[in-house]
Write a protein that binds this ligand. Structure first.
Ligand SMILES: [Zn+2]
Length: 120
């Protein structure tokens, strides 16, 4: 399931630091092709990738769905609330179990939303 939008179509591993050889769990996020391309493009455009700088270890990652959504939208260039480096640090510091909880919550809300529209 895509961590950015909750889609289950064309989901593939997304490398948060842009380095495809870095397959540590903290660096991997499931993302659909569309979100993966958008996020990868932003990282390349900003010259981020192969990050060696350590993220702040006191950053515990996203604590709420709204923090998570803000971070992933910032990574996709759809929000300028957070700068991309802070958003990346927050996503990386979010444990994978919590990432999938957030993805499922996003998916549930989208499904409810589109379900309501479909019935009217
Ligand atoms: Zn997606």
């Amino acid at each position: 399931m895509c961590a950015f939008c909750g889609s289950t179509q064309n989901v593939e591993p997304h490398h948060l630091d842009g380095d495809e050889s870095n397959t540590t769990p903290e660096n991997l996020l499931w993302a659909c092709r569309s979100c993966n391309v958008k996020a990868g493009f932003i990282l390349r455009e900003l010259g981020i990738g192969r990050i060696t700088r350590q993220f702040n270890p006191t950053n515990q990652g996203a604590q709420t769905l709204s923090q998570w959504v803000t971070a992933v939208l910032s990574l996709k260039g759809e929000s300028d609330v957070m700068d991309v480096e802070s958003a990346l640090a927050m996503v990386r510091a979010t444990p994978s179990a919590r990432r999938s909880d957030f993805a499922q919550e996003i998916w549930r809300r989208r499904r409810d939303h589109y379900g309501e529209r479909g019935r009217s």
